[in-house]
Write a protein of this length. Sequence first.
Length: 329
Amino acid sequence: MAKVSVIVPVYQVEKYLRKCLNSLVNQTLQDIEILVVNDGSTDGSQEIIDEFQEKYPLIIKSFVKENGGLSDARNYGIDRASGEFIGFVDSDDEVAETMFEEMYSLGIKNKAEIVVCNLQKVNEQGKVVQKLTQIPHMPEKIELKNHFSVFSDISYFACNKIFRKELFKDKRFKKGVHFEDIELIPKFVLDSTVIAQTQEYHYNYLERSDSITKTHSTKGLDILKAVEEVSSYFKTSKYAVLEKDLKNFQILEGVYTFLAYSAFVKEETAYNEMNFALRNFIKKYKISKVEILTYRRFGKNYLLSLPLKKQLYYLLYFTGLYSIVRKLL
């Protein structure tokens, strides 16, 4: 049994794949398996995978399947993973060579179900453009019964975490949706007792100019659906009495994250549909403007911690002026 199984979904990424796989086969963690799932690529990705599997037969496990999307490829890998922990790396990203050794050690040392590291955005020239600190001002071992505020504070990326395999016993990424991380990872937190963390920036997230995430549309409605799914699951969890933290989660992911996405929706009909959905979401969960504007993340007012441009956007939205300004732009 491997210590960590790393699942790498691959789809049309021949330009970036070799760099990604190089960062994985050179991990300092010895007992690691890398499950590379070709999700129906038609470019030269499989030739690169074959090259690595031939060179590293004890580490690389190659699979080819029909295209089913990111969630389907991840689930395919989960079903075939043998590791104590499972991690996910996007095939156009890179990781530090000590990432999985340190995170596995922290998981074992602290008996944690989830281990988190920081990540940073890099451009195609490899320059760091933004550092994303995940859990500042918290200990290495975070016992959720004492620090449950992290539920509404952390970012729900799958790629900068490892998870005990047991968390996947009856759960998988939802297929056919976007923002599947927001739907699944919070449930893992609710199933957990301890989260361990390192402040190292182990994960390099490539901000591609041609990324599909640059195309903003009504697929963003899946954010609200994910938050609603987590809200229902929260009611059945061992943390169900901590309703304030659920409200904060709804504010961060359902309001701020959703608004940050919808601001880039160019088609007017789609934007209006999303605006209507957000208003219904706020009404359904009885979220007041005061709660939104005074929401604190990691102990600080979230709105005031944002860049001035984003502060202005949110203030215009909540004063009802953004729609007017949008039409003038």
